[in-house]
Design a binder for this molecule. Sequence first.
Ligand code: PMP
Length: 430
Amino acid sequence: MRPTTRHRGNQRAAELRARALRRLPGGVGSNVRLASATAFFARGEGARLWDVDGNEYIDYLLGQGPNFLGHAPPPVMAAVADACRNGIVYGAQHPLEVEAAERLCEVLRWPDMVRFGLSGTEMVQAALRLARAVTGRRKFISFEGHYHGWLDNVLVAVDGATPGPASAGQWPEHLADTVVLPWNDADLLADRIAEQGEEIAAVIMEPMMCNAGAIEPRDGFLPQVRRLCDAHGIVLIFDEVITGFRLAPGGAAERFGVVPDLATYGKAMAGGWPVSALAGRGDLMERFGSGAVNHSGTFNGSVMAAAATLATLDLLTSRPPYAAIADVGGALMAALPELGRDHDLPLRVQGVPAAFHVSFGPPDAVHDYRGLARLDGERYARLAEALQDHGVWVAPRGIWYVSAAHGDGELAQTLQRVAATLHEADPSWA
Ligand code: PMP
């Protein structure tokens, strides 16, 4: 366990860590959490977390995104508790599920139909299967640095010369139908589609790349992708698991004004409750309805999932947090590089107020994964650890998420804590 500089102690966490290591591989429940394996939290409320030793943090990771309304938002908790008193899962339909599907389509505006699931990973697979069924084609195009879950056909390592398996137990054959291109380059995509379009069922992307950096699409990129897909009968899938409800009520599709054929959602959709969705055009989604394409799941559309989704959508539409998030996130984006300059540090920020990325490097915008790889992410990862010790909970990979619960108090305190971190004598991240 690394020493803390500001915090009172870590004795309970150290004890739990030892126990966790015996019964949970790596002491964690998800490989993503190996990056924060020594952290054990006791409580989250609003924009703050408390660990098991009583140390308090302002949270900018938000459970990897879901806590867009802050931790434990009372209206969502109440809706879930009320709804499940009459049963949790029926293995059949129920009124809240229908209502949640109606509200989701209404808020997103473009889709006709929706299927609910549990994780983003599974909805991506449902989308790819549907696209293959509709087109009768096998291959799909994805992009360097984009994350679409941990399963065999989408988990790609792009560090080497050619994209390959990213996990032991995954074979190159698993990626035989996965075409991986640099993102944000419409000409490259057009060339590949000109060569191989007849074999391509789908193009899938994060419409703003948030799993590597926080990189917006270049002007005109998404409309060009839309045109190419239309011209070649390719299904366009937006993976909005992060961007959905975060960039706007209608996610990236609304913010950038480009409508996909299918889109996956999760995270911010339900105030932290575990639920995901695949939304899409009726003529495609009907293939699930006819039984031709299988998508199943015991816990799909559970009473709690539907209640949490509805309560969250109600909040997002009745009290939209977007302007306040733009203020707080925008202020952070402006202040962090300035604090860096005060200490002669090339601290750089890129993204949007609700999801931005911090690293060390030149201030010029980067537009793809290769550009991101040229920044000094390793040094930032060390700074992130120091920030955690000073009570700012951020991910080593550089992403900062801002929630509806972050206000001026959190902003001021965050900047104080960042300044204190940068003032450290003999810093570990220098
Ligand atoms: N797609 C994107 C864009 C994601 O960010 C994630 C998770 N970080 C997933 C898919 C997978 O979602 P889950 O972890 O819920 O399976």
